[in-house]
Design a protein around this ligand. Sequence first.
Ligand code: T4K
Length: 401
Amino acid sequence: MNKSSIGDLAILGGTPLFSETIHVGKPNIGSRDRLFERMNDLLDRGWLTNNGPYVRELERKLAELTGTRHCIAMCNGTVALEIAARALGLSGEVIVPSFTFVATAHCLQWQEIRPVFCDIQQNSHTIDPECIERLITPETSGIIGVHLWGTPCDTDAIAAVASRRGLKVFYDASHALGVSHGGTMIGNFGELEVFSFHATKFVNCFEGGAIVTNNDDLAEKIRLMKNFGFAGMDNVIYLGTNGKMSEPSAAMGLTSLEGMGEFVAVNKANHLAYTEHLANLAGCRILEYDENQKNNYQYIVLEIEEQEFGIDRNTLVKILHAENIRARRYFYPGVHRMEPYRTLYPDAAQGLPRTVDVANKVVTLPTGKAVDPDAVGRICGLFRFLFQNRDGIRAALKRAA
Ligand code: T4K
């Protein structure tokens, strides 16, 4: 039911717009029959992990999709990032954006490499190559770019800085499976790229990740590293860890990959519906994708300008949650304002004005197969109602506080 008066808002005691909560990050479930077939098959086979046939098939399919020479599947994206940094021999300082999921920085700090936080470009939310240049010191060994929301970084500018200053570059492509950039698939930029297949990603392995690269030696090293350094039975030739993906995860991944075309179509239709419904709504900008490239449309990202919209982002999120719309403030407050970074590098915010600004106004809205155009229409109808009644709502919330 749509809202007709301010008192209808759930935050003020009205009935929530949705009787069941709709989440950002609700997993896309592909064919259950195919998944259960694969589960039965792997149980019958009695091969549950350690480079099983489903993991190898998933690696082949991901390499094919990204057009890369090698894909190494892993237990999750975070371990893949840690292994990536280690395989590239990064040390000292590495330049990363602060506006990202905390794992991008943790993968460095975990192995005592200092993440040096870099600002983002205002429109794309990706790392700003000009800021990178200013942060380079004699201790800098590399750069991690993040294709945030599936929006590719400015890879040409980053490659130019890196080659001028002798730095290694890799990309956290956790959000960017199936995306192309200048006609080249994500997976082919930098020394390597890392994907996440966490349950909340549009293609998922329950938990999972992968590194793709076109470098044969690097791929070999990564394969050893993710399997304790084993080069064959009883033969350890390298320091390694356990980064292996299990067969049930690969079974989910293969099933999810088969549904990818459908998931992208649903995400694209939802993105279009949000864009049309929110067009011309003051103070509400939806992040666009480059329609000349391949996109996965897995995030619906809004920037809320309080002055124009009339309601600040944090209050908006509380209103949405009361209506059973579990919107998220990704990636608030910025990694530099989380521990241990806040304590270790208290001055970092000074160089990050755009990160702080964007982190204070972004909200991500539900999409994926759990959301249909009707739900998008109702969510956007609520946004229009909030905008039209902004003064009264602010006053009513103040009285209720
Ligand atoms: N780099 C980047 C840029 C990343 O975004 C991520 C992960 C990584 C690296 C690391 O990759 P992994 O090591 O995770 O493979 C979630 C995910 O846990 C995380 O994977 C993801 N980024 C991040 C953006 O989102 P939280 O802390 O928001 O998770 P949580 O539990 O609050 O769930 C998010 C929403 O999804 C909730 O509204 C509920 C819904 N949900 C979640 C799960 C797990 C479901 O509906 N079903 C589910 O099974 O981090």
